[in-house]
Design a protein around this ligand. Structure first.
Ligand code: GLN
Length: 307
């Protein structure tokens, strides 16, 4: 497909989905997120052969929240390789992102790296590996999207830190099984920072291009993950990237991707393109309602998905 065709497809979808404003609800369990204007909607698309499309609020920065779990996972798997699967599983949980229920039965080993429990384990390993973890995360994300201005939104980080009781509970519980190594306060501080990273749809679409490009960042030609690691990360996104809505996302959209409660979703079609959508109003599973609607129409219109 040409740049012009993608433009037409995105323009049409944007017009069709815009009236969906008001159907979802902005996240309110982190006060700083509840203050975001709900009536925003952006789309950015980047193909590996050079087409780019940006529509609506594609240049407005927002809190990427759980999308950061993909970045930290990539950083850790690069260092630990297969060993990481001793500490975290790779099965969908069928439970909400911040659920505690499976952890006791499964002896402190979270189902997958994208529910909060699993992401906390990954961030804990990241703290083991990097002496300055917060700097390392920002450096990594900046390199992925080729934008040195990516920053932590301190207001969001502080707000989340003040309301982190459930994530602290998850971390302490896993620590009792020996699956968290570091001090919980330090861990929660790094985790709240990674979730507070502010990015726009254009940066996000760029930052996922290395996954569409089988582990090599097309921006600078650097290999980030081995081909196998990139494929496997895609498999975990396709099965676990949308919490207890992962099956429905595969059914409706059919792309590996990741959502965050800030209303962002990034997804990609291997070998072809990456696409980011942002709209802060969420469905009942904590995923962007207009984001999923947009991506469902997108894969239908371009007649391509991973299936
Ligand atoms: N920072 C959020 C939390 O830990 C991330 C959740 C999300 O985006 N689903 O609760």
């Amino acid at each position: 497909m040409t740049q012009e065709t993608y433009h037409k497809v995105i323009d049409r979808i944007y017009r069709e989905v815009l009236p969906y404003h008001g159907r979802g609800k902005v996240a309110d369990y982190i006060p700083a997120l509840s203050e975001v204007d709900p009536r925003q909607y952006g789309i950015a698309l980047e193909t590996l052969d050079g087409a780019t499309v940006a529509k609506g609020d594609a240049s407005t920065c927002f809190s990427i929240q759980s999308i950061s779990k993909v970045f930290t996972f990539a950083m850790v798997v690069r260092h630990l390789g297969e060993k990481i699967w001793e500490s975290v599983g790779r099965e969908p949980s069928g439970n909400p992102f911040n659920s505690l229920v499976q952890l006791e039965h499964e002896k402190g080993i979270p189902r997958n790296p994208f529910i909060n429990a699993g992401a906390l384990v990954i961030t804990d390993r990241l703290i083991d590996i990097y002496p300055r973890p917060k700097e390392a995360i920002l450096d990594f994300v900046r390199e992925l999207c080729g934008n040195n201005d990516i920053y932590y939104d301190r207001r969001v980080a502080v707000s989340e830190r003040e309301h982190a009781d459930r994530n602290m509970a998850l971390a302490y519980f896993m620590k009792s099984f020996g699956n968290i190594h570091n001090d919980v306060d330090t861990l929660i501080d790094v985790y709240c920072h990674q979730c507070s990273i502010a990015m726009n749809c254009i940066d996000l679409a760029r930052s996922f291009k290395f996954l569409a490009h089988r582990g090599v960042n097309p921006i600078d030609g650097k290999r980030i993950l081995t081909e196998s690691q990139a494929k496997r990360l895609g498999a975990v996104m396709a099965t676990c990237g949308f919490y207890d809505e992962s099956g429905d996302f595969a059914f409706r959209v059919g792309l590996p991707g990741k959502s965050g409660v800030g209303g962002g979703i990034v997804a990609y079609l291997p070998g072809k393109l990456s696409i980011a959508v942002w709209s802060p109003e969420l469905d009942s599973h904590g995923n962007s309602l207009m984001g999923i609607e947009t991506l469902e129409r997108f894969t239908t219109d371009i007649s391509s998905s991973i299936f």
